[in-house]
Design a protein around this ligand. Structure first.
Ligand SMILES: [Zn+2]
Length: 400
């Protein structure tokens, strides 16, 4: 016979004695069934309880199809009589989240006719999925307020098994599944729903509910929330973050948003100024290089390799040299040897062909159009040799 579920009548039982009725191995771990248990098995979106049987750790609690409760253990348990001890802090946290979810779902339904279609109560994140096209921030605040009003009403919570006759007199938030016995959890007179889970004695113990965020999900809305101790924890870390940002910016909490906006605007202005300065520098560079460059067939040819530029700046420089009517055969020793060739319009040389020949020297490949080409290879040591090869090809092209 499956274990007597002690939490049905009293969700506050933290310790109990029981007799081992069955032993098994579940997912490679020893597991026992008892004649009675206060451990809640995973279900209804809520995790299974943890704790200990004698001095053996209970890692998880699961129910099988026959309704038997399996306590999954960290080590084998030999005793036949056991003392059970729940991880009460964890369980009470789940009771707060779980009943908070009941009330949140009730508020969503009462206020916006938004039915709960799925629930997830994780050890950090809790969500309800609602059948609703979408909420505004004001509507979310209204749901949060209505839920907290139900919590602060501190109404008694009753969980009981009901007869079909009594069931027919109740307005339920959701339909019960076809269990043999139907357990109804009522919060005051404002929410009745079928549930086999663990609940506090009064709604006030949920403490408070906070909706952290919401998003479109499938055809509805997923709402992420925290209750009770978790709401305090959520407030605490967010407050710490804001205090840190406030100190870093040397402004009060309410001034953080405008201060960040000012910073971003200043950063954008500086970035634009820097870009303009870089363009001017490249322009000066290009002019200097062309002035000093030897000429082939009347065209200045800049052959130059770099170690300390970015590839982008080498590209811009080559482009600028070509705009100023010079041929650029530039190289960069970065993580590999990079080659960037540009020529002005009207010069009868194919940069793509030059680059192909030069890239082969550094053990790589590359190509491009007659007026501009780029490529490279792994052999950084032969970069200058590659540039000289390109220069020789250029000379041949321009002489012919
Ligand atoms: Zn419940």
């Amino acid at each position: 016979m499956p274990a007597d579920r002690l939490y049905y009548n009293d969700a506050y039982i933290q310790t109990f004695t029981a007799r081992v009725t069955q032993r098994s191995i579940i997912d490679g771990k020893p597991a026992v069934a008892l004649d009675r248990s206060a451990f809640y098995p995973e279900g209804g979106g809520q995790s299974g309880d943890r704790g200990a049987l004698n001095d053996v750790q209970v890692l998880d609690t699961q129910a099988d199809e026959a309704g038997e409760i399996w306590h999954i253990l960290a080590a084998p348990l030999d005793a036949d009589e056991v003392q059970g001890q729940l991880d009460w802090a964890r369980r009470f946290d789940f009771m707060q989240q779980h009943h908070g979810q009941h009330l949140l779902s009730a508020a969503c339904e009462q206020q916006f006719d938004a039915r709960t279609v799925a629930v997830h109560l994780g050890s950090e994140i809790c969500t309800v999925d609602l059948a609703h096209p979408g909420f505004t921030a004001e509507q979310i605040a209204a749901i949060e307020d209505a839920t907290n009003q139900m919590i602060w009403a501190n109404a008694p919570i009753h969980a009981r098994f009901v007869t079909p006759e009594e069931l027919s007199t109740l307005t339920l938030r959701k339909l019960p599944q076809a269990y043999e016995r139907i357990r109804i959890v009522s919060a005051g007179d404002f929410d009745h729903s079928p549930c086999g889970g663990t609940h506090p004695n009064r709604t006030g113990e949920v403490g408070s509910v906070v909706i952290r965020r919401w998003e479109r999900y499938k055809n509805g809305v997923r709402v992420e929330f925290v209750c009770g101790g978790r709401a305090i924890g959520d407030y605490r870390w967010k407050n710490q973050i804001l205090q840190g940002v406030s100190a870093e910016l040397s402004v009060g909490l309410v001034e953080i948003a405008p201060a960040v906006q000012r910073l971003r605007a200043a950063e954008q202005t500086q970035r634009k100024a820097l870009e303009r300065a870089q363009e001017r520098l490249i322009d000066y560079d290009a002019q200097d290089l062309i002035a000093a460059a030897p000429k082939l067939g009347g065209v200045p040819v800049v052959v130059q390799s770099y170690d300390d530029r970015t590839l982008d700046s080498v590209r811009l420089l080559a482009k600028r040299i070509a705009e100023l009517s010079g041929v650029a055969l530039l190289g960069l020793r970065a993580d590999k040897a990079q080659l960037v060739f540009n020529r002005p319009a009207g010069v009868a040389a194919d940069m793509g062909a030059l680059l192909k020949a030069a890239a082969a020297i550094v053990g790589g490949r590359g190509g491009g159009k007659p007026e501009a080409a780029q490529g490279g290879g792994p052999d950084r040591e032969r970069l200058d040799q590659a540039l000289q090869t390109a220069l020789a090809e250029l000379r041949t092209a321009l002489d012919s």
